[in-house]
Design a protein around this ligand. Structure first.
Ligand code: KIV
Ligand code: NA
Length: 261
């Protein structure tokens, strides 16, 4: 199978659903690549999923470069996308471009994802002009949690749905190759998906998007704490880890590993 590109993914609009998952290191990227996912997102969810941080706000560009480089080194046959972390996309264009340069040149990712609606569209258009493929991200934007006060659902009334459509169309016009729609009422997600000609990948946004993304640890049963209600757990890797580790501990303590002679 050929590695997808922003161009080939764009052509999947309304066709075979796009499969995306997050990964934060070479091991996760290896398995995601073997499974044939289309997009691997090095999400800023690295903060809460594997770094023990309270959310995505404390995640820095240095952390994103470090984890993105590890994912790229696994050479998965998927489009590797890195999140532009908290605050970065709101600096002047020169600094935003320099952040994208670090992610694309130093870490080697194929594209970036930026949280933000129509207000960021002009800057995104300039990034696209510079050759940076951008995946837009609207609906719930976890980097906004400090000012939102909580994680909530979007598209719950006509005004919110109209705002999402306006954001989606501005990001499409800016040249985004796809959009991510997070925590959006399914009816509104359908309207947004039908309002643009680029693929819309959903998470907690119902069944009518052009694809789905899940957080690796949530999808595989590795998240020790809270998992959002929309998540389907496709494996219980946590149970496999737990069993393997306790078998190892008892084998060592019982002098069954290593075997004598
Ligand atoms: O960082 C992340 O995991 C995300 C999700 C929406 C997939 O951005
Ligand atoms: Na993210």
């Amino acid at each position: 199978d050929k590695k997808p590109t922003p161009h080939t993914l764009r052509q999947r609009k309304g066709g075979e659903p796009i499969v995306a998952i997050t990964a934060y290191d070479a091991v996760m990227a290896h398995y995601a690549g073997e499974a044939g996912v289309d997009i691997i997102l090095v999400g800023d969810s690295v903060g809460n999923t594997v770094l023990g941080l309270p959310g995505t706000v404390p995640v820095t560009l240095d952390m994103m470069v470090h984890h993105s480089a590890a994912v790229v080194r696994a050479q998965p046959p998927a489009l590797v996308v890195a999140d532009v972390p908290f605050g970065e996309a709101h600096f002047d264009f020169r600094r935003v471009l320099m952040s994208c340069q670090r992610l694309m040149q130093e870490a080697g990712v194929d594209a970036v994802k930026i949280e933000g609606g129509r207000k960021l569209a002009p800057k995104i258009a300039r990034l696209v002009e510079a050759g940076v493929p951008v995946w837009g991200h609207i609906g719930l934007m976890p980097q906004q949690v400090k000012q939102l006060g909580r994680y909530k659902k979007f598209g719950v009334n006509d005004a919110e749905t109209a705002a999402l459509v306006a954001d989606a169309q501005a990001l499409e016009a800016a040249g985004c190759f796809a959009l991510l729609l997070e925590m959006v009422k399914p009816e509104a997600a359908k309207i947004v998906t039908e309002a643009v000609n680029i693929p819309v990948v959903g998470i907690g946004a119902g069944a009518d998007c052009d694809g789905q993304i899940l957080v690796f640890t949530d999808a595989l049963g590795l998240t020790p704490g809270y998992v959002p209600g929309f998540v389907q757990q496709f494996a219980d890797a946590g149970a496999v880890f737990r069993q393997g580790l306790s078998d190892y501990a008892s084998a060592v303590r019982g002098r069954r590993y290593p075997a004598s002679r």
